[in-house]
Design a binder for this molecule. Structure first.
Ligand code: IMP
Length: 429
């Protein structure tokens, strides 16, 4: 399994971090290929809870080398803070095991200020961004005026950063937002550059060489399929390629790397979404509160990055089939099955009704979802706690029937099922 790409099949927050952690017990490289610190990947190891925003989750395993790929947008300040957090938790972040692509783009305070100011102007059309500057950083990248990690090492970086802030100030002014003072921003960036310099590398070459030598690379997608800039519920999406193909571009790998790749599609046993946008199977009131949790546990449905309550709903099988198709998913990892325990019956959306027609595939693009009425299969629930299950035979028949329904719906095998937040709370299916 030389390249394994682990992606979210929904709107993010599927529990990719813990699935990466499971696979990372073996292998040599763990790599992020898209997004930035808008992501929030949680790994629970005993009493330690790691909340990672930028660094790939596999770093917690000592044999792993962690890569931040060229497809990412990196806020150096957040990266340094996250490195400190890991160091304090006893995880090595030496330059030998944490490598940062010279071609990844930088997120500056100007990008963050622009993100917030632009959201403010959108009024009722707000995307509900994380405010981390992701959209503006990718905008600069596409406009070919972005600042890259490798630029921090060049003698004219100071001047280029200053120009970038001055340009951004013009836009902030038009948006009615306060300007930034370039001097402290430049100073902080130069300090960060000095600290990050040993980590900056040609990560594309490093990963290519590793794969050529038979090493295993785990590519960890951030966000989820339905937030992909091209294939998601546009415009309510993030600004990067979250899907499996994004791993090749975002890590600088060729199509040969995809030949033997495994694509693990992580799917939460129900559906969640943060931010705005269509959500056909969304539920509210008592059922919504039941699925979301009270907020007192780290695994309740509140954003890891923003703390916002997530919208919740029944699992959408039509969207899952779509995610399987556009990612080329080869196996499924189902998370949070334990949260459904104790529910009398479960609804699984298998089609939409639209203009008197029954649709089992998306007819156009997911952006039209708002107009579709979900059609549900009703499945029996199960009572009792399944968090101690480690084998399929430990699961109640109704839980097995629910998982088998996902297999028959998608035609893809389920390989792993998580039944609790702890590292070992996994059933091999
Ligand atoms: P942005 O990525 O901050 O620009 O936000 C765009 C949309 O993606 C918003 O709806 C966010 O809530 C959502 N989003 C971004 N990152 C994540 C994530 O890691 N999990 C879930 N939703 C996310």
């Amino acid at each position: 399994m030389p390249l394994q790409i682990i992606i979210g099949t929904q709107w993010g927050d599927e529990g990719k971090g813990r699935i990466v952690d499971w696979y990372a017990a073996r292998g040599e490289y763990t790599a992020r290929y898209n997004g930035g610190d808008n992501a929030g990947h949680t790994v629970t190891v005993g009493k330690q809870i790691f909340k990672l925003h930028l660094i790939p989750s596999g770093i917690i395993h000592p044999q792993m080398t962690a890569i931040l790929g060229n497809g990412m947008v990196v806020n150096p300040q957040t990266l340094l803070e996250e490195m400190d957090m890991l160091r304090q938790a006893g995880v090595s972040v030496s330059s030998g095991r944490l490598r940062l692509s010279h071609a990844a783009h930088l997120i500056t305070p100007a990008h963050q200020a622009l993100d917030k100011a632009l959201e403010g102007k959108r009024g009722t059309g707000q995307i509900g961004t994380t405010g981390r500057g992701i959209g503006p950083a990718y905008t600069d990248k596409a406009a070919r005026r972005g600042l890259r990690v490798g630029d921090m090492l060049t003698p004219d970086f100071d001047a280029r950063l200053g120009n970038h802030i001055t340009e951004a100030n013009r836009t902030l002014d038009m948006l009615g937002a306060p300007p930034l003072d370039p001097k402290p921003v430049c100073e902080i960036f130069l300090q960060s550059a000095a600290k990050l310099r040993p980590h900056i590398a040609d990560t594309s070459l490093e990963l290519h060489t590793a794969l050529q030598n038979g090493k295993t690379v785990l590519a960890e997608g951030a966000q989820g399929t339905l937030l992909d800039i091209d294939l998601g519920t546009y415009p309510y999406v993030t600004s990067s390629s979250t899907t499996a193909s994004g791993a090749l571009i975002g890590l600088g790998l060729g199509l040969d790397a995809a030949c033997n790749a495994t694509v693990t599609g992580v799917v939460k046993a129900f559906q969640t979404r943060v931010g705005s946008g269509p959500f056909p199977t969304e539920v509210f009131d008592e059922l919504g509160r039941r699925l979301r949790g009270s907020g007192e546990h780290p695994w309740d449905e509140y954003g890891t990055t923003t703390g916002r309550p997530r919208r919740v709903g029944w699992l959408d099988g039509v969207l899952l089939k779509y995610a399987v198709r556009v990612n080329g998913v080869s196996e499924l990892a189902v998370t949070k099955l334990d949260i459904l325990s104790g529910m009398e019956c479960l609804q699984l959306c298998t089609a939409y009704r639209f203009n008197g027609q029954l649709l089992t595939e998306l007819p156009l693009v997911p952006a039209d979802l708002d107009h579709f009425e979900p059609v549900y299969d009703e499945l029996p629930g199960w009572s009792g706690d399944i968090s101690a299950a480690r084998n399929v035979s430990d699961l109640p028949p109704a839980a097995i029937a629910y998982l088998d329904r996902l297999v028959s719906l998608t035609g893809i095998p389920v390989r792993l099922v998580s039944v609790g937040p702890e590292r070992e709370q996994v059933v091999k299916y």
